[in-house]
Write a protein that binds this ligand. Structure first.
Ligand SMILES: Cc1cc2nc3c(=O)[nH]c(=O)nc-3n(C[C@H](O)[C@H](O)[C@H](O)COP(=O)(O)OP(=O)(O)OC[C@H]3O[C@@H](n4cnc5c(N)ncnc54)[C@H](O)[C@@H]3O)c2cc1C
Ligand SMILES: NC(=O)C1=CN([C@@H]2O[C@H](COP(=O)(O)OP(=O)(O)OC[C@H]3O[C@@H](n4cnc5c(N)ncnc54)[C@H](O)[C@@H]3O)[C@@H](O)[C@H]2O)C=CC1
Length: 443
């Protein structure tokens, strides 16, 4: 059987490796218009901010590995059209030559692309987006120019906050804009987002929230950013206002979600049984929402690629849904969340209650490495099942959010959490630790 995979980044790679490592009878063809693959975008802010030596370690595989495994791979080759009835993919390679690949099964792993602010001045130099490795290189080059003193970042979501920190670490004046009233508004309730806002301000980043960019101004290169509240002299602008699914290739032939992403079932199959979609170009099931949604994360891209690979290979594997777990670490402040915030639950019409607590991670007699932790647990009013959790600390709490991710997945109630067996050792936590106390406080 021959499977063609369009898109060879995190989702396409996971699907290809699953097929190549487990199903030797499979013929695999991979196609991507980019010149590189497996780049960890999450590392861009780290190397641009000089927190890691360079970008070399941010690629975890390469073209040769797939050739070695027996795949055929066309890089710098853009798919222009798919004939879903004739089961053929039409592409153009780097020399302008047409490539035609027929398929038995097709995997769409075409990912996402940045949303472009629809405002005047879009053709000026000095305007950046941050999706591809090449775009990270451009941002890094611009930041290296001494005449670039002031940087505007539009969008205070994950990318915007991370790249604002990076530009600040490079000694630039940084203005961070967002349409919402706080940073990270899609992921955290206000009392958590405001911790990040203060952290950003304490590190010299100028916040402009509830402010919408209306124009880029300048001669050849951007010189001013105009918003609905003012006009700011800037030397470069980084746009980070979200991603949209790259689903144009199948939009006329496959069922799509309200945001244009390919609708898939729990085998990653689209409305065409021979066509699968994975990663940022596809929908995903949220266990918190108990509904189909869209969450563009590498963690989801990898898992959906694995599910598609096994189902095509012949092993029935059901996707188990996700919670949208995510985390961010900025100037030493860590925020992690999973499932729904109260604000997100309200937006989706889910009636919830919440319980909060804040305490030192360990007993006060532990003087070293003992930071405050703030926790909020969100649970559904009727069922009392946990639907979300948020944590903030200068200490690593990723293990805790993984536990809450499982709790949401398994529909654990807040009442079941109250007496959960959580070990005590003063080196690690308190006898009454913050999870237990927050749960015990729940009404
Ligand atoms: C700066 C940044 C930081 C991030 N940090 C994190 C993080 O910390 N944690 C996290 O979970 N997620 C993070 N993400 C999100 C994560 O990178 C994406 O969710 C992930 O890349 C999705 O993988 P994908 O393979 O589905 O899509 P993509 O990575 O978008 O890859 C799609 C591929 O398809 C190719 N393609 C598209 N159309 C065609 C066509 N017509 N012909 C040929 N090839 C085509 C593209 O060239 C691309 O290589 C970050 C993203 C960015 C930009
Ligand atoms: N640590 C992590 O897990 C990371 C995850 N990612 C993922 O990559 C994807 C893309 O990240 P982002 O681009 O940061 O998207 P995002 O959705 O996280 O943030 C977009 C931000 O732009 C704001 N915005 C939207 N339109 C605007 C406008 N016209 N003017 C001003 N602000 C506007 C929104 O309010 C939002 O805060 C997301 O799915 C994100 O989860 C990215 C980086 C790190």
């Amino acid at each position: 059987m021959k499977t063609v995979i369009i898109g060879t980044n995190h989702a396409g790679i996971a699907a290809a490796n699953t097929l190549l490592d487990n199903y030797p009878d499979q013929e695999i063809v991979m196609i991507d218009r980019n010149s590189n693959l497996s780049y960890l975008g999450c590392g861009t802010a780290l190397w641009v901010g000089r927190q890691i030596d360079g970008y070399e370690g941010l690629f975890y595989t390469n073209e040769e590995e797939f050739i070695h495994k027996g795949a055929r791979i066309h890089m710098e080759t853009a798919v222009d059209k798919i004939d879903f009835n004739g089961k053929k993919v039409y592409a153009t390679d780097r020399d302008g030559k047409e490539i035609v690949e027929d398929y038995d099964k097709l995997i769409l792993a075409t990912g996402s692309r940045p949303i472009i602010p629809n405002i005047p001045g879009k053709d000026l130099e000095g305007l950046h987006f941050l999706k591809l490795f090449q775009e990270g290189q451009e941002v890094d080059k611009d930041l290296s120019r001494p005449e670039v003193e002031t940087v505007a970042v539009i969008g205070a979501g994950y990318i915007g906050v991370e790249i604002a920190e990076a530009a600040r670490r490079r000694g630039k004046n940084v203005l961070l804009f967002d349409a919402e009233s706080t940073s990270l508004a899609s992921y955290y309730d206000e009392e958590f987002a405001k911790l990040m806002d203060k952290n950003l301000e304490d590190n010299g980043i100028e916040l402009h929230f509830g402010e919408l960019a209306t124009a880029y101004e300048g001669d050849k290169r951007v010189e001013r950013l105009v918003t609905d509240k003012g006009s700011y002299d800037v030397d470069m602008v980084i746009n980070a206002i979200g991603f949209t699914a790259n689903a144009a290739l199948g939009a006329d032939d496959l069922e799509t979600f309200r945001n244009g992403a390919y609708l898939v079932d729990n085998h990653q199959q689209t409305s065409n049984p021979d066509v699968y979609a994975v990663g940022d170009c596809a929908t995903i099931y949220s266990n918190a929402l108990q509904d189909t949604t869209y969450i563009a994360l590498a963690s989801n891209a990898v898992r959906s690629g694995i599910v598609a690979g096994h189902n095509i290979g012949g092993t029935v594997v059901d996707a188990i849904g996700v919670q949208g777990s995510n985390g961010i670490s900025i100037f030493g402040l860590d925020l992690v969340s999973t499932g729904l915030s109260v604000k997100a639950a309200d937006k989706f019409g889910i009636e919830v209650l919440s319980t909060e607590f804040e305490d030192l991670q360990k007993p006060a007699f532990i003087k070293e490495n003992n930071e405050m932790v703030k926790i909020k647990i969100v649970y559904e009013k009727g069922s009392r099942r946990i639907v979300g959790a948020q944590l903030a600390s200068r200490q690593d709490m990723s293990g805790t959010i993984h536990m809450f991710s499982l709790a949401i997945q398994e529909k654990l109630t807040i009442d079941k959490l109250k007496l959960l067996d959580i070990f005590f050792l003063p080196h690690f936590n308190q006898p009454y630790n913050y999870i237990t106390v927050a749960a015990l406080k729940a009404e």
